[in-house]
Write a protein of this length. Sequence first.
Length: 319
Amino acid sequence: MPLAHPRAPFHCLAVTLLLVMACAAALSPAPALASFHLNQINKIMAGYEGDEALDAVEMEMLSDGENLVSGGSLKVYNGAGVLIATLGTFGANLPASGAFAGRKILFATMKWKQKFGLTPDLQISAGIPKTTGQVSFENAGCLVNAIAYGGVSVFLNGTTAAPPLPILGATALDRGINGNGIFPSCPLGENAGARFTVVQGYPGNVIRFTNNSGAFVDVTSTVTGVEPTTTPAPRPLRASPNPFQRTTDIEFTSAPGRVLVHDVRGRLVRSWEGLDATGRIHWDGTDARGRDVASGIYFVRTSGTESRGAEPLRVVLLR
């Protein structure tokens, strides 16, 4: 009887190990690259100068390779979470040349394109709800990101809503702070109430929309979002420069008792008291202990009666 080959057990063991590794690779989840589920909504415009047919939404890729959007849809819901319409669906993927973190994806109606001359990556139908609604980018089995605004009672994603969205002038919801984590990816974690603000585009303060190729347009209007019936009072606070990298001067038009800086979570970061003369405060981006605070959005307000009921001043720190 011939003896077994002395290397046969080792050969069988190697084959077994290779089979186990192959099975493990087949069962492991696909990497985040070359997918579609790490795209967040950055801006929402539900009309322009009262015309509800001029709609646009801008998304941003949070990771490289997020161009496989074929089958992905932009959908709108009401405040109760009921689907209103599917405004558009990608029939193909975006070019790999634009599949990098930070690249934008633009959805816009034909009338918006004709008005502003920028070609969207997906042309959509009009129908983004004004005042209250939810805008969602999703694919089969994956709600990627949904932004709620106004009086929402049933949330598709998250538990807070951004401010109501009007359509007078050039008005949009803008993601002022990027707070989405990578995982879980369906859906992305969202806190629209803390991350979005209503912005208005006017000369000197544009709203920039960008498509995946990097082309952009700055949207402005001479029509204001709120038509005042009386001459508005001067703003009690302003900051210059804003945004700022190292320092900014916070100026006030009347003597406040106290000036306070809060972060987006409402936590007090810095304060100044005993201000008894009109002037300015020099803020170097540090907290009460002299430590550098993180990049992001901060809100400045005064405790004096001159600012009672006024919205806080929004400042942006860039490190």
